[in-house]
Design a protein around this ligand. Sequence first.
Ligand SMILES: [Zn+2]
Ligand SMILES: [Zn+2]
Length: 383
Amino acid sequence: MSENSKPSHASQFTFRNLNWINASFLTLAPLLVVISLPVHLYKYGFDWRLIALFLFYYMATGVSITAGYHRLFSHRSYDASKFIKILYLLFGAAALEGSVLKWCTDHRRHHKFVDTEDDPYTIKRGFFYAHIGWVYLKEDPKYAGVRAADLANDPLVRWQNDNYFAIAILVGFLLPTLIGFLIGSPWGGLIFGGFLRVVVTHHCTFFINSLCHMWGSQPYGDKTTARDNFVLAFLTYGEGYHNFHHRFEGDFRNGLRWYQWDPTKWWIQTLSAFSLARNLRKISESEILKARLVADETKLIQWGFYDDSLRELKKTIEESQKKIFQFKARYKELKSDITIQRDVKIQEIRYELEKARAEFNLALQQWRRLCRAYSEQVAIQAL
Ligand SMILES: [Zn+2]
Ligand SMILES: [Zn+2]
């Protein structure tokens, strides 16, 4: 174990190092759910309105963490209206994962020092520590009280930080109890919309720090332990494409393609359609492809398969993608052209564009096929 990855004294599970408020809640809340849920179901039976309350609160608090705490406040990957920011601050507090100020400071440190002892939830200390163990402990004295300056200067963020416990109790427990009361079941409201929802949301978002650094593929490189995993994306509101996220943290998407499960991305796009979010930041297609090709290339070199034909293939992919962008730009220009030859020129560009697309798709397919074949060969040899 290197000096840098040695656990510091502050991250040891000793009596003195425990954060008793966090430790008590994280231990007692699941116990309370395990006892109260069957008792409630036995006594009052199944009520779909309580399930609806649970689902609403599960999405509202979970997305406030992923779209709010994470992609807005931590990474500034888009701008949101004041109204949406306030909703994130209220329902994010109700998720009981700390204030924006503390959460985002920790998260930025996670990105900056990922997989080292300065990463607050480093996976190098194992699943339990990264998932929940680190929350049981007091802040590392090295970073105690250190907070992100830009967030500390935001009056709304400061207000949430100063009133965190009051907001968390009010929105996280009293409001669902009140809704439960209005539908004739205050205890049901507290259990389904409060405790059960908190426990489920906790562990779903905690998976981002634990399993998303352990299980899945690494299409954008293995310099960090972050991984892409569809199953985890499903459980983490789309944050399971964590390898992409660690490579391009400023992108508002985690699931890059339209078909990749990323409800947080869809939520932000919906907000944008209603002018409640703007400046959605995206990394360019060429940069993303370049990162992917470099990651593949590194693996192929490591395995000893990288030769001139693969080098040529990579060049063809990059050049044909460049041509596609150039022809698309030219096509756009011609659309506003009013000269008589416009239609002929458009026909020509369309033909060139299709040719470049075909060349790009063919070369990329071939590249992927070869990468897959070589990786299978390496896996078989390792058996
Ligand atoms: Zn991570
Ligand atoms: Zn992040």
